[in-house]
Write a protein that binds this ligand. Structure first.
Ligand code: NAI
Length: 285
């Protein structure tokens, strides 16, 4: 039986994932603000450090996998964008960096980062914000968001999720991660009926946008269904999954972006493509 760390284990999708893994006989070390094995606040560097070391201690230095589900939604508020960046981006990346050696010890560990379909369905998220997050500069990431006024939390939310999804794809294929046998992937849910979504539905301005959002299948997803996807992504059946972002969103991503991806590398991208090809051959013999 395996040992998994699950952040956001006290509610919603994190809770459903933790319950499902425990029911299958695994050990789960939950991380949350309350009702968790490791109680820590992921919105501060000190809290993230406490969460990282608390889990490593409880796991005895070896982790078979992790689900990074702690997060906050885009509800209104002046300080919300900063909080969103701290929890949704740094609360994933800093923990995974600290846990990487313990994950590598397991041999074929699996990690599921909970991103969002806002990564592809929220428009005009500044590239500068995403670039700054990937460079670990929260202040610089927040600067371009000022001009969005009341929409800043939504743009910050999508930016934080694009940031973690890109981080997952960049890291997943490296020697430190794939090379260490760690399968790093993300899941991108659409609107899932959890307390986070309920909060949005209880905010009249937000509710309008949520209810008007195109979902070809209709309705909202259930946390238990997403937990089943996560359990699968942690299982041996997912050994060949690496650097993927799995959309489970009732079709919204396909509705907005059907022709954007997949797509061939354009002629202008060939030099970079060939360079990657040669680099892989060099470093893998
Ligand atoms: P939720 O609100 O039910 O659960 C989130 C958990 O994160 C809570 O237990 C909360 O206490 C914890 N958390 C929040 N701030 C924290 C902090 N500073 N330190 C430690 N823990 C903290 O939300 P839900 O919906 O289950 O969300 C899980 C993940 O899924 C989040 O990352 C969210 O952004 C993402 N997501 C949710 C969608 C939805 O429609 N519910 C859609 C797409 C993505």
């Amino acid at each position: 039986m395996a040992t998994y760390a699950v952040t956001g284990s006290a509610s919603g999708m994190g809770r459903a994932a933790a319950e499902r893994l425990r029911a299958a006989g695994h050990t789960v070390i939950g991380v949350d603000l309350r009702d968790a094995e490791v109680v820590a606040d992921l919105s501060t560097p000190e809290g993230r450090q406490a969460a990282a070391s608390g889990v490593l201690e409880a796991a005895g230095g070896r982790l078979d996998g992790a689900v990074l589900a702690a997060g906050v939604g885009p509800t209104p508020g002046k300080d919300r964008p900063r909080l969103i960046m701290q929890i949704n981006y740094f609360g994933v990346v800093e923990l995974l960096e600290a846990w990487r050696p313990a994950l590598a010890s397991a041999g074929n560990a699996k990690v599921v980062v909970v991103a969002s379909n806002s990564t592809t369905t929220v428009p005009v998220v500044p590239h500068r914000t995403v670039r700054a997050l990937l460079a670990k500069d929260a202040d610089r990431a927040l600067r371009p968001l000022r001009k969005f006024g009341k929409a800043a939390p939504s743009i910050a939310y999508a930016g934080s999720k694009i940031g973690v999804a890109r981080w997952v794809r960049r890291m997943a294929i490296t020697r430190d991660w794939a090379g260490a046998g760690i399968r790093l992937n993300a899941i991108a849910p659409g609107a899932i009926m959890t307390p986070l979504l309920q909060k949005q539905l209880d905010t009249p301005s937000e509710a309008k946008a949520v209810n008007a959002f195109p979902v070809p299948i209709g309705g909202f997803g259930e946390p238990e269904d997403l937990a089943a996807w996560m359990e699968f992504m942690l299982s041996e059946r997912a050994d060949f999954l690496c650097g993927s972002v799995i959309f489970v969103d009732g079709g919204s991503d396909a509705y907005f972006r059907a022709d954007d991806w997949p797509g061939a590398v354009p002629v202008a991208g060939l030099p970079r493509y060939l360079w990657r090809f040669a680099r892989f051959k060099r470093s893998n013999g």
